[in-house]
Write a protein that binds this ligand. Structure first.
Ligand SMILES: Cc1cc2nc3c(=O)[nH]c(=O)nc-3n(C[C@H](O)[C@H](O)[C@H](O)COP(=O)(O)O)c2cc1C
Length: 190
């Protein structure tokens, strides 16, 4: 599994985001598994809400090209999004929509394996949004979203001081999803 580059994409840019914390915990596990993780910063892309008139007048914003380039340099993705009203966040959907307007953006996503994670202070951990996210990422960006996924409930109580998952069963679930992602990415690369 050595050398697999995995881009973690948090769907929240909030200071203190539980999903960013989960992305960072996942990055640590990926490193332990021999992969090379990096974490994307969607806020830094400064993408406006998608607007076809704006696109016609000014083209696709530079932030979308930057993410497309970053995605092109990775073998697999881990998308880690909060659930807003049982849906992935507007930040995440809007970002992927912009990237999908670029041929190189579509190419950077198409056929690459992805794993889905979510975290919430609520009991279900954002689980309801993952089905929507799975459809969204599988159909047009055509990512190969792997079947195992992980939703972290009660996220405010879930992390140790050093950012790992405190509960052994949850840590094992996260590890299982990430190991399955690397296995798929390895098979696809071969
Ligand atoms: C508009 C909105 C809708 C929300 N809907 C849900 C929901 O459907 N399910 C849920 O578990 N939490 C919901 N939440 C609470 C989020 O899970 C919570 O704000 C969480 O901390 C956001 O993720 P973050 O910590 O990574 O920023 C909602 C929050 C907002 C702002």
């Amino acid at each position: 599994m050595a050398g697999l580059r995995v881009l973690l994409i948090p769907g929240s840019a909030r200071t203190g985001s539980w999903n960013l914390k989960l992305a960072q915990a996942a990055a640590t596990v990926l490193r332990e598994l021999g992969a090379e993780p990096s974490v994307a910063d969607l806020r830094a892309l400064a993408l406006p809400v998608y607007d076809a008139d704006l696109e016609a007048a000014q083209g696709v914003p530079a932030g979308a090209s930057a993410l497309a380039r970053q995605m092109a340099g990775h073998d697999a993705f881990v998308v880690v999004s909060p659930e807003y009203n049982a849906f992935p966040t507007p930040l995440l959907i809007n970002t992927i929509d912009w990237v999908s307007r670029l041929p190189e953006g579509m190419k950077a996503m198409n056929g690459k394996p992805a794993a889905l994670l979510s975290a919430s202070p609520g009991a279900l951990g954002g689980l309801r949004s993952l089905l929507v996210l799975r459809n969204f990422l599988s159909i047009n960006p055509a990512m190969l979203v792997i079947p195992p996924q992980f939703a972290l409930g009660n996220a405010a109580q879930a992390f140790t001081a050093d950012g790992a998952l405190a509960d052994e069963k949850q840590a094992k679930s996260l590890h299982g999803v990430l190991a399955a992602l690397l296995k798929t990415a390895t098979a696809l690369r071969a």
